[in-house]
Design a protein. Structure first.
Length: 405
């Protein structure tokens, strides 16, 4: 393997690690929901709205992370994000008021995850991978599912043994250990030097000097990708944010509920990693459409669980939903970075990715509101199914996206 090839692999491994640490620790919120509800007596809508704030802050951070990356480089972006995450977890272990929960988990975790997430990762990978960009982005996206698989069951186990405050302290320490690695051990200069050569190649493929934010937002493709990202996230998080509590309410043990959530994340690792290969083999539209059909089946299985609490139905949901959950993100990201390739791709992709976080915030908030209004989860499942329909529509109604190769 050439030196550039080895560096490309190192870049992929680095962004995978940081995305795993950021999203994996950030998405442990689901297992903290029930202990916090029991201790403080906060309403479910209040608790889920904190998670919505985390996602909404992440939405605003996405374009900002792209701009910071373009201006100051990955060292500042990743190190700052990890420091913010670590501080947030340590502070969360001391909280006693709802406003503190909003600040530490809603705001600070959102900022930290945004700075170490897929926007800087995609900006790096776009400059190192060309023919295999979809596969590379898919592997990076799979870090989220891997993080869920590792951190969610681990956090549930720690909560059972040392309580939720101690668990937050452990998470803070784990993230803090990665800060020196990001600041001093990663050869960012080598990564950036290689990026410059690739950026020149990207410019050759782009029109003129490349896309600007103004020119990108004037295209139908930009808004089609925004629609797909927004409604995909709405459909997913209308289900995911309360999944662990839902399973416990059905009579499953807390560790079983957390393990089911974790296995769902594990299966998403498989689907995310294979999404690029599937898209190359069967086309973007067919791959995405099949995954949305599987997601809808998974939501219907959740609905069936509300009538018949069954281990078989739970296993069916985990299998179908998990294998389809991560397919769309890498494909949409690959389309966006290929379509808007150029020196401002990180900022443009950050704006598109923001729609994903806004949709996730909306879906998680509405799931809590609908639960409080109806006393159950079925209305949230109906919202998820509607969102899936709106998410897949642009792949069939927008010509450029329908025929994108």
């Amino acid at each position: 393997m050439s030196s550039q090839g080895r560096t490309a692999v190192a870049v992929l491994a680095t962004v995978f690690l940081f995305n795993l640490l950021g999203r994996g620790s950030g998405d442990t919120y689901a297992v903290f929901l029930l202990p916090l509800e029991r201790e403080f007596g906060w309403a479910r809508s209040q608790l889920t709205s904190v998670y919505s704030m985390y996602l909404l802050v992440g939405a605003f951070m996405a374009p900002l992370a792209g701009t910071l990356f373009d201006r100051f480089g990955p060292r500042v972006t990743y190190s700052g994000g990890l420091l913010c995450l670590s501080a947030a977890f340590f502070l969360a272990s001391t909280l006693g008021n709802l406003w503190e929960f909003y600040l530490f988990i809603g705001v600070m975790i959102g900022v930290g995850v945004g700075l170490v997430g897929m926007v800087p990762a995609s900006a790096l990978l776009t400059r190192w991978y060309r023919a295999r960009l979809s596969t590379a982005i898919g592997i990076a996206f799979s870090a989220t599912g891997t993080g869920v698989l590792l951190f969610v069951p681990l956090s549930q186990t720690l909560i059972d043994r040392i309580g939720w405050r101690g668990t937050y302290q452990v998470l803070g320490a784990a993230v803090f250990l990665a800060v020196p690695f990001a600041m001093f051990a990663v050869p960012w200069r080598q990564y950036v030097a290689g990026m410059q050569d690739s950026v020149s190649g990207l410019r050759e493929r782009a029109t003129g000097d490349g896309w600007t934010v103004r020119s990108a937002v004037r295209t139908r493709m930009y808004w089609a990708l925004v629609q797909v990202f927004f409604f995909t996230a709405t459909g997913m998080f209308a289900v995911l944010v309360q999944a662990v509590v839902y399973f416990i309410d059905l009579g499953f043990s807390p560790i079983t509920a957390a393990a089911a959530f974790g296995v769902t994340g594990m299966l998403s690792v498989v689907s995310v990693s294979m999404s690029g290969l599937a898209a190359d083999r069967f086309g973007y539209r067919n791959t995405v459409s099949a995954s949305f059909a599987g997601t809808a089946v998974g939501v219907l299985l959740l609905l069936a669980l509300s009538y018949w609490s069954s281990g078989a139905l739970l296993a069916g949901f985990v299998g179908v939903f998990g294998l389809c959950m991560g397919v769309r993100g890498p494909i949409i990201s690959a389309i966006a970075t290929r379509k808007f390739a150029g020196p401002r791709v990180a900022t443009i992709y950050g704006l598109i990715f923001a729609a994903n976080a806004i949709g996730a915030a909306f879906g998680s908030l509405m799931s809590g509101v609908l639960h409080d209004l109806t006393g159950g989860y079925r209305a949230g499942f109906a919202l998820s199914l509607c969102a899936v329909g709106f998410a897949v529509a642009p792949f069939w109604t927008v010509k450029e996206l329908r025929n994108f190769r």
